[in-house]
Design a protein around this ligand. Structure first.
Ligand code: NAG
Ligand code: NAG
Ligand code: NAG
Length: 501
């Protein structure tokens, strides 16, 4: 098992190494920027790489990290739980080099590690058997970087960082380098066991929602990348960026401060603006103040984010209507649409009362809905007939797979279907509806026109057997077009947050 994990890690590192080199190369090639403006793609790519490399930098995967906290400082330990992985890596590095006698603190993976001194201390602390005192004593940074890499190699760190990368302070490559050293030898005592924190059902649910909202925010294409939702929203800045995306022009950037924010009242100011805009959007925010977000009140943060997500979804659907644009779409409209769709497809027994309907749990309604919007998309051989939870989960997993195959973005987990999480049910239904309306033409509201149109669409689908592949091609084009539009929009808006800072 351990061996297998190691192998996959090496495989991962090799692939990532290639990506990183490519990334660095592209970043240095001005022409590429000129022709493709690939900063968004590259940004995303480097984020994916970071997530991969830093996967073990949390207390769940590496409980020994608790050793970084001196004594029984519970507040600091709590902070450790929410620390972003790259920050965790910095903390880990400083922990070792301080013990080894290095006087400075490393705050980033570029300027601060350029001279290779911190690395010399780190490696002599972690691998004294491979280190010589000359590594630390060398005065020439180039020479030192070379010695550092030689030592790292003895620790089985694949060589994909050059001494030049170290001396030039390439942030991406240095981060990857340190992550790899961590992976090979973290130097923490293995007998330290994390305190047993019993997850209450509330915690489990909160962490699933945290994940969903985090994925959602990161899918919006805002400038900030969210690593840890509860921690990262506390400055208010990310929320302002999201609000500006969903309700363009609503944020007064002049009155906002961009992180890093030193003065606490600036955070409160940002969050107060967040609440103010929320109220303008008619969110339910009784007795909620900006300071609650600054304090990291999870319940209120989740409640706020859900209203944001829901608004954004309803807005997307509303924009698909060709006329009566000013009429709001409601949750009920989505419910009616879904029930109608299933009924039209001939599944007259499948019907849900609400997004809380417990019968949704076995996945039957969603499978019927998916095959109603796109015949043949559901392979009924994959559907489990049984009764136990295992098979229930397989049904739920399959639903998410099929929805994704159609091109719906799903931020939730199979458990959310099994347990009938109404938020998940609403968003999943809405994204299937969005997909279907985009494909089959605008939504005119439930009525004869709509049902006739969808009957026609259905009939069309039944006709040709080869049509599916063609359609998939079209879909891809649409996605690309969408992305291009998104990018164009971003270009336009790019100035605004900076202006305010
Ligand atoms: C890294 O941190 C140092 C301070 O420790 C700072 O002077 C330097 O500008 C930072 N470099 C980058 C690229 O942020
Ligand atoms: C909020 O509610 C008020 C009164 O019901 C309405 O006039 C306004 O348009 C709503 N605003 C939004 C953004 O929905
Ligand atoms: C899986 O879905 C099928 C069809 O929708 C349903 O009949 C069956 O009961 C589900 N299985 C479980 C274990 O819930």
């Amino acid at each position: 098992m351990a061996c297998h994990r190691q192998l996959t890690f090496y495989a991962r590192v090799k692939i990532l190494a290639i990506y990183l080199l490519l990334l660095n190369y592209l970043l240095c090639t001005a022409e590429v920027f000129f022709f493709f403006q690939p900063h968004l793609v590259l940004g995303l790519l480097s984020q994916i790489i970071k997530i991969q490399l830093l996967a073990d930098l949390n207390l769940k995967k590496t409980p020994q990290l608790l050793e970084l906290v001196a004594g029984d400082n519970s507040k600091e330990a709590e902070e450790l739980v929410t620390l972003a992985p790259d920050k965790m890596l910095l903390k880990w590095m400083n922990f070792h080099i301080k013990k080894a006698g290095y006087k400075k603190t490393v705050t980033n993976f570029s300027t601060d590690v350029k001279d290779g001194e911190a690395y010399a201390y780190l490696l002599s602390a972690l691998a004294p058997e491979h280190s010589s005192t000359t590594m630390i004593e060398t005065t020439d940074p180039k020479e030192r970087a070379k010695k550092v890499l030689e030592t790292a190699e003895k620790l089985d760190c694949t060589r994909y960082v050059t001494s030049k990368d170290i001396n030039e302070g390439s942030a991406n490559l240095n981060l990857a380098f340190v992550a790899q050293i961590f992976q090979q030898r973290n130097g923490l005592s293995s007998n330290k066991v994390a305190p047993v924190v019993q997850d209450t059902p509330d915690d489990v649910e909160a962490s699933r929602e945290e994940r969903a909202f985090r994925l959602w925010i990161n899918s919006l294409g805002i400038a900030t990348y969210v690593n840890n939702l509860f921690e990262d929203v506390r400055t208010g800045w990310v929320l302002l960026e999201v609000l500006d995306k969903i309700s363009p022009g609503s944020v007064i950037w002049k009155q906002a401060s961009k992180p890093p924010i030193i003065m606490p009242f600036r955070k409160v100011e940002n969050c107060n603006q967040v609440i103010k805009i929320g109220k303008e959007l008619n969110f339910s925010l009784v007795n909620v103040a900006g300071n609650d977000i600054v304090q990291g009140n999870k319940k209120l943060i989740l409640a706020f984010l859900w209203q944001l997500m829901r608004t954004s979804i309803l807005q997307l659907l509303k924009n698909l209507r060709s006329h009566s644009k000013d009429k709001e779409i409601t949750d009920a409209d989505i419910l009616i649409w879904a029930n109608n769709k299933v009924k039209e497809s001939g599944k007259t027994t499948s019907h849900i009362e609400s997004f809380k309907d417990k019968s949704l749990s076995n996945g039957m309604f969603f499978l019927d809905l998916l095959s109603a919007v796109q015949s043949r998309v559901v392979d009924w051989n994959m559907v489990k007939k049984g009764e136990d939870d295992e098979e229930k989960k397989m049904n739920a997993t399959y639903i998410i797979t099929v929805a994704r195959k159609l091109g719906c973005t799903v931020f939730w987990l199979p458990e959310d279907i099994m347990e009938v999480n109404p938020k998940m049910i609403l968003t999943l239904t809405a994204s299937i509806m969005y997909w279907s309306l985009q494909k089959h033409g605008p939504y005119e509201g439930p009525g004869p026109a709509e049902s006739a149109a969808s009957q026609e669409a259905l009939a069309e689908e039944e006709e040709g057997g080869e049509e599916e592949e063609e359609e998939e091609g079209e879909e891809e084009e649409e996605v690309v077009e969408e992305e291009a539009k998104e990018e164009a929009k971003e270009e336009e808006q790019e100035g605004s947050p900076e202006d305010g800072a």
